[in-house]
Write a protein that binds this ligand. Structure first.
Ligand code: DC
Length: 224
């Protein structure tokens, strides 16, 4: 069915700055930004709190039917609500990062989240970042960006972010978590992380945020 809204899909590995570019882009273009990873993180937090046995698919289904995720625009950062509770900060903690790839690899979890993500893209101009946005959620996206950066650069960025939040963690632990997530995200059976054929690669290892923003805006202008 023809759409008249513009969809930008940004996919790529963990901690390569997807949401930073996506947020700046949303602000510059007046688009709605949706962080699909936050949805998988909120599901993971729910599963941890409720001790859901991920091998019991019936329990997983019941849990999913009880999960409602909302994004609330806020001047400083977009709030993520899990069943009306603000979990914006909690979903970024290591206890969630450590389990999120495993939980987001479950078929039922992906089906539930992809359906919600597709709903969000029905009418408005949106920028969504994740792992499978250009391949599965919006294969007909108007612009697809595949972001990447060297593992060392990604680990350092993530480490700096966690330090600012006061998490006690070493750079080696962050590197291990990133390598672990890369592996699960790109080898899982259900919509693994991969570059869509028509995606444009943005390797930002040596680029400033401003340069990345300009790069994507130029691609947008070619297509709008
Ligand atoms: O973008 P992020 O690091 O916050 O994402 C957290 C996890 O969620 C990531 O390890 C893989 C998963 N994810 C996914 O499977 N599909 C998406 N579209 C977005 C995230």
């Amino acid at each position: 069915m023809a759409r008249d809204n513009f969809i930008i899909a940004i996919d790529g590995f963990s901690s390569c700055g997807k949401s930073t570019v996506a947020k700046a882009l949303a602000k510059a273009l007046g688009f709605v930004f949706v962080d699909s990873g936050a949805m998988y993180r909120a599901v993971t937090l729910y599963f941890l709190r409720h001790h859901i046995d991920i091998h019991n698919i019936e329990d997983v289904r019941v849990a999913l039917s009880d999960i409602h995720i909302d994004f609330i625009p806020h001047p400083k950062k977009i709030k993520v609500l899990l069943n009306e509770e603000d979990v914006t900060d909690e979903i970024r903690l290591m206890k969630v990062s450590d389990r999120v790839s495993e939980i987001s690899a479950i078929k039922e979890v992906r089906e539930a989240m992809v359906a919600q993500q597709q709903q969000l893209g029905h009418k408005r101009n949106i920028i969504m970042d994740g792992r499978d946005i250009g391949t599965t959620v919006f294969p007909d996206a108007d612009l697809k960006i595949f972001m990447t950066a060297s593992p060392a650069v990604r680990a350092q960025r993530r480490y700096d972010e966690l330090q600012l939040k006061g998490e006690q963690i070493t750079l080696e632990e962050v590197m291990a978590n990133i390598a672990h997530r890369d592996h699960i995200d790109s080898t899982r059976k259900e919509s693994p992380l991969r570059q869509a054929e028509d995606a444009i690669v943005l390797d930002n290892s040596n680029m400033t945020q401003e340069e990345q923003l300009q790069f994507v805006i130029e691609e947008y202008q070619k297509r709008k």
